[in-house]
Design a protein around this ligand. Structure first.
Ligand SMILES: Cc1cc2nc3c(=O)[nH]c(=O)nc-3n(C[C@H](O)[C@H](O)[C@H](O)COP(=O)(O)O)c2cc1C
Length: 217
């Protein structure tokens, strides 16, 4: 950790989120609260603050996790993109529930999101896919994500193959690639405080809105 990061950490340790229950109930919108925290994480200089751990489970309940990037957060849910044939996607198709975890260490903050998962529409996936650089779009075609790769050269050859195949053309969205949306059933905000007396607030859907409660640290 660089000196500047250490200084930032020392300054933020145990501070922030002096939120009274009353304020949370009045705001009652965990999505805009989340976006506020994400933008504070962006402004704090954290690299890739939109990276999050994604936990999935097999149908038998065996968990696995990995990091993916959050690409969208709104009232409908939290969206990330991946290969629909990957290990994570295979688990999500068999057991459509996921948990997301953000940890912004410099701010002493953690956000946990849990919920059901659904594929986003083809149109939404296409819009995002076409916004990516050409290299990333070719890469999506070339990678059989999570399958064994004999050697790196094989991947390089596949990249070349798709570069030629799509030369002078738009790179279309592969049918095996797209987004998933986590529809939140629980969103927890955690703010580190002095003496391990951290603040924790959990939101859960209720009567078309959200109910919020404070948890013990
Ligand atoms: C910072 C970071 C961001 C990543 N973003 C994504 C992503 O948005 N989508 C994705 O499929 N994989 C992403 N990955 C790679 C995944 O962590 C993982 O290796 C890959 O998706 C295969 O996972 P699986 O075999 O469990 O399906 C990212 C990795 C890191 C470290």
């Amino acid at each position: 950790m660089s000196l500047i990061s250490k200084i930032r950490c020392a300054f933020t340790l145990g501070q922030g989120l002096l939120i009274e229950n009353k304020t949370l109930t009045t705001t009652n919108d965990p999505i805009s609260f989340f976006k506020q925290w994400l933008s504070e994480a962006e402004n704090s200089g954290i690299i890739l603050p939109e990276s999050m751990s994604l936990a999935t489970c097999t149908a038998e309940g065996r968990p696995s996790s990995r990091v993916v990037l959050l690409k969208e957060a709104d009232q409908k849910g939290f969206v990330f993109f991946t290969n629909y044939g990957s290990h994570k996607a295979t688990e999500l198709e068999a057991n459509p529930y996921a948990a997301l975890l953000f940890h912004w260490n410099m701010l002493q903050r953690q956000v946990r999101i849990e919920g059901r998962i659904e594929r986003i529409s083809h149109e939404e996936s296409n819009a995002y896919f076409q916004s990516r650089g050409r290299g990333s779009r070719i890469g999506a075609w070339a990678s059989h994500q999570s399958e064994e790769l004999v050697d790196r050269q094989t991947l390089v050859e596949r990249v070349k193959y798709f570069e030629q195949k799509f030369a002078g053309k738009e790179v279309p969205l592969p049918e095996f690639w797209g987004g998933y949306r986590v529809i939140p059933e629980r969103i927890e905000f955690w703010q580190g405080k002095a003496d391990r007396l951290h603040d924790r607030f959990v939101y859960q859907p209720s009567e078309g809105g959200w109910k919020v409660k404070r948890l013990n640290p």
